[in-house]
Design a protein around this ligand. Structure first.
Ligand code: V1P
Ligand code: CA
Ligand code: ZN
Length: 390
């Protein structure tokens, strides 16, 4: 495969550290950092690495992590060992900081966290220094981590750290989250400020789908004098949403948000568990539709921090993130939808060897989102936006 010509208009930077990839949550755990290896192999097989500035992400320092996280939590994260799970003297802290099945303690946990957070910090800094217009960290996007608590496979919140960096240069930053789960950690971190507008699309079922937050009427602090009031925007969805409805809904909501709020920069979380056939997800999106959301955000030509997130069927995660890398490079048209013969681990992409397999047809879930329900969401978002100014 020939190299993708370097686009002349703007710079795209790629922030990654291969030392993230070998970390293991445990054999039965759905989070597989190895999906980043597969993504990188696909990106390289297409020659996309020639068209970006490649940076080796450094580990975030303790002080950088402490810009958001409590030091008692970081101290625990730094010293905890896999065997501690069974030690009675550690059990109080393990419960307090929410370690367990979702957030296991594995070898190299602190290194893993500081590397993925370092990637998002580096990426945000490149945007602030005008050394890049689009900065990508597929190892980031861990949107559930709280100030002093791990949650939902997330230990440190690289997105919050990246946005805090962007806020040093931009009065307003918008956050958009297309992971199938609610971006609760990012929402909570900026709950009381009008300097960040958080927008999450997610499956919502208070009692039966993690994390159970993100109802449509959860829009920020209830006191009208709190600047954060109305600055959390939630788009709760039911099972099985399809390409056409999702893209339309995304444009109908994200477009007016950007036009109203006028952010100086955008952070986009591209969790790939919103694809059809995801091991944990329940939407019906194809790679092309997931990418169409990324392409739409890009049309606003604002400094863009792009991070990964969930995604539990590694072959499809890598397809989506490779395709989205090509979109961000303005090179999607130059990419052969047949996966190159030369790609390492090509067997993972069989039997179709396509970048765009029909995911929505492989495990068809009924679309439980009626047209009336989706129209109601758009209407209600329009009403919320009346309270927001840029
Ligand atoms: O449902 C739960 C918890 C466990 N119950 C007490 C409630 N946890 C979910 C967590 C999903 C996290 C998603 C993270 C992200 O948004 C960002 C990286 O994608 C969960 C699920 C599930 N089906 O929702 N944990 C597990 N499955 C799990 C399965 C096997 C082993 C360990 C965890
Ligand atoms: Ca989401
Ligand atoms: Zn998720």
């Amino acid at each position: 495969q020939n190299a993708i010509p370097r686009p002349s208009g703007y710079r795209v930077s790629w922030h990654a550290n291969p030392d993230v990839e070998p970390h293991h949550f445990g054999s039965s755990h759905p989070m597989k950092p190895w999906r980043l290896t597969l993504t990188k192999q696909l990106v390289m097989a297409y020659g996309m690495h020639h068209a970006m500035d490649l940076y080796l992400a450094r580990a975030a320092t303790y002080e950088e992590l402490a810009e958001f996280h409590h030091t008692d939590y970081l101290d625990f994260l730094q010293q905890v060992m896999p065997g501690d799970m069974e030690k009675p003297e550690k059990s109080e802290s393990i419960v307090k900081y929410n370690f367990g099945d979702d957030c296991p303690i594995f070898n190299g946990l602190y290194e893993y966290c500081s590397l993925y957070a370092g990637g998002s910090l580096d990426a945000a800094r490149k945007l602030c220094n005008n050394q890049s217009e689009i900065a990508i960290n597929w190892s980031g996007g861990l949107h559930h981590a709280k100030k002093g608590e791990a949650s939902g496979f997330c230990y440190v919140n690289d997105i919050v750290l990246g946005i805090l960096q962007l806020l040093r240069h931009h009065p307003r930053v918008m956050y958009v989250d297309i992971d199938v789960h609610h971006g609760d950690g990012v929402e909570q971190a900026f709950w009381s400020t009008d300097r960040v507008l958080t927008v999450s699309f997610h499956k919502y079922d208070k009692d039966n789908f993690f994390p159970g937050t993100g109802a449509r009427d959860s829009t920020g602090p209830s006191h009208p004098l709190n600047p954060g009031a109305h600055h959390a925007l939630n788009v709760p969805l039911h099972d099985g949403i399809d390409d056409k409805s999702y893209i339309q809904l995304f444009k109908d909501i994200v477009g007016p948000c950007i036009e109203t709020y006028k952010p100086g920069a955008i952070a986009l979380q591209c969790g790939a568990d919103s694809l059809g056939c995801d091991r944990l997800g329940c939407f019906n999106l194809n790679v092309g539709a997931h990418g169409a959301c990324v392409a739409y955000v890009k049309t606003f030509n604002l400094p863009l921090l792009v991070v990964g997130g969930g995604g539990y069927t590694p072959r499809n995660v890598s397809r989506a993130w490779a395709h989205e890398t090509s979109i961000l490079l303005d090179a999607a048209d130059l990419i052969d939808p047949n996966i190159p013969e030369t790609v390492t681990f090509r067997n993972h992409f069989g039997p179709d060897y396509s970048l765009f397999p029909p995911l929505s047809e492989m495990r068809k879930l009924d679309n439980k989102n009626s047209r009336a329900y989706l129209n109601g969401l758009v209407q209600s978002v329009r009403e919320q936006l009346r309270y927001i100014r840029g």
